[in-house]
Design a protein around this ligand. Structure first.
Ligand SMILES: NC(=O)c1ccc[n+]([C@@H]2O[C@H](COP(=O)([O-])OP(=O)(O)OC[C@H]3O[C@@H](n4cnc5c(N)ncnc54)[C@H](O)[C@@H]3O)[C@@H](O)[C@H]2O)c1
Length: 429
């Protein structure tokens, strides 16, 4: 089927490439010339394991092309996906102006019947605006359908998540849209849930809100664990074995970040407020997350006594492993907080330092994890990259001024770390 993916970022590029991989004829469009040039030259503008090879394979087979022209993409395709960003505005509302612009361009370029599908995460009822805007620019009054197909992939395992999803959600308002979208997803072996559009839009926000709630829940439990001598890992195991609860997303740590949870949570709180519901539960989830980052810094301060004048080595900057994405990464907040308390920070990340430099040009960056530890009064692990699990911790300790280690993701064994001579602490243990 002919697919046009508008917005070739973390979601659009993976989704477009995976649609090509399952046999469709895909054009990925973006208004960022640089991004499209990189893709046309056979390179890739983001870090996502396995994606570069998959792009190459499908581009070579002629199933995947790239363009900066929405018109070109619209005219040749039946299925038009909107996968542009929906970043938060200063007031926490999602900025839907990118979606609006794409809807205008689609309306103006319509040449025959199209199905326009929201893949971006948008507030419930956004489809009504998408329809209205397309119609306003649709001078030839060509028939079209709007649909919603929220995306649940996770950066770092995006290809696997896209090709083997837990479910595919299709919000439709016509039989044709349902039939065509089911045909599109036929090669993907997963449960397909067909709903009205509002429900599909809501499923995405509700899912992210629920997952964030699980993380903040276990983070709150981790505070109780610390005060009572319990171990949050054991508690998570004990409650996670209950099938009604499940173990996933019950990892205590320095809090969640990324382009989805913080912004979607804020957006959902706002959407609820607008329709007259005070979503107090989600406000608490948000607050616990923010507190968790401060608590981690306070913990380090306690272990190092004072932070003023101390050198802190930071391991990991990306909001999670296997991505270079720095958007709303906890590291940014933690670095600010450490500096506010007078510490100097030197950071290392295996892949995201280039992106981090764009956001934090004045931060000191180390070439290796060992360099980040060299002369440090304390080391704090923020992102649990595999590379960090394989470090020689004897060497690490020998390079540090003081062997204070805060494991912000609970990935190391406290007994082993203490045996190695570290003044080790995790979160909630
Ligand atoms: N990143 C994730 O893990 C993830 C997962 C699920 C859903 N989402 C949602 O998907 C959406 C996209 O997220 P992302 O992470 O891919 O963002 P992104 O910033 O990586 O990609 C968005 C792309 O859209 C392009 N764009 C903006 N305006 C355009 C226009 N008028 N015409 C053509 N291209 C345009 C940008 O240049 C950019 O490349 C968001 O709503 C996000 O919440 C993200």
């Amino acid at each position: 089927m002919k697919v046009c993916m508008i917005g070739t970022g973390y979601v659009g590029l993976v989704s477009g490439t995976c649609f090509a991989e399952i046999g469709h004829d895909v054009i990925c469009v973006d208004n960022d010339n640089k991004k499209i040039d990189i893709l046309k030259s056979g390179s890739i503008p983001i870090y996502e394991p396995g994606l570069e090879e998959m792009i190459k394979r499908n581009a070579d087979a002629g199933r995947l092309t790239f363009s900066t022209s929405i018109r070109k993409g619209v005219e040749r395709s039946l299925l038009l996906f909107i996968a542009v960003g929906t970043p938060p505005k200063d007031d926490g509302q999602p900025d839907l102006s990118y979606v609006e612009k794409v809807a205008e361009d689609i309306g103006a370029a319509m040449n025959e019947y199209k199905i326009i599908i929201e893949k971006s995460t948008v507030p419930v009822q956004t489809s009504k605006w998408v329809r209205t805007v397309i119609q306003r620019f649709n001078n030839k009054n060509i028939a079209f359908d709007v649909a919603s197909n929220p995306e649940f992939l996770r950066e770092g395992s995006a290809i696997k998540d896209f090709l083997n999803p837990d479910r595919v959600v299709l919000g439709v308002e016509s039989d044709t849209a349902e039939e065509k979208l089911l045909e599109l997803y036929k090669p993907i072996d997963a449960i397909k849930i067909v709903t009205d559009i509002a429900s599909a839009e809501l499923i995405k926000h509700a899912s992210n809100a629920f997952l964030s709630t699980k993380i903040s829940f276990i983070n709150a439990i981790s505070v109780i664990c610390e005060k009572t001598g319990a171990d949050v890992l054991k508690v998570a195991e004990g409650i996670g074995l209950d099938k009604r609860i499940g173990r996933d997303f019950l990892n205590a740590g320095v809090g969640f970040g990324g382009f989805c949870f913080p912004k979607d949570l804020r957006a959902f709180i706002n959407i609820a407020a607008e329709i007259g519901y005070d979503f107090e539960l989600l406000k608490a989830v948000e607050k616990i997350n923010e507190d968790q980052m401060i608590l981690a810094v306070e913990k380090l301060e306690k272990a190092a006594w004072n932070l003023s004048g101390k050198r802190i080595g930071l391991l990991g900057l990306a909001f999670k492993p296997n991505t270079d994405d720095m958007r709303y990464a906890p590291s940014i907040f933690i670095i600010k907080e450490l500096k506010k308390r007078g510490a100097s920070v030197v950071a290392y990340d295996p892949v995201s330092m280039e992106r981090a430099r764009e956001i934090m040009p004045d931060l000191e960056y180390a070439e290796t994890a060992y360099d980040a530890a060299r002369g440090a009064d304390a080391v704090m692990l923020i992102t649990e990259w595999d590379e960090f699990m394989k470090l020689d911790f004897r060497k690490m300790k020998s390079l540090m001024r003081r062997p204070v280690f805060l494991d912000g993701r609970n990935v190391f064994d406290p007994v082993q770390m203490k045996d190695l001579g570290f003044i080790y602490s995790g979160i909630g243990r």
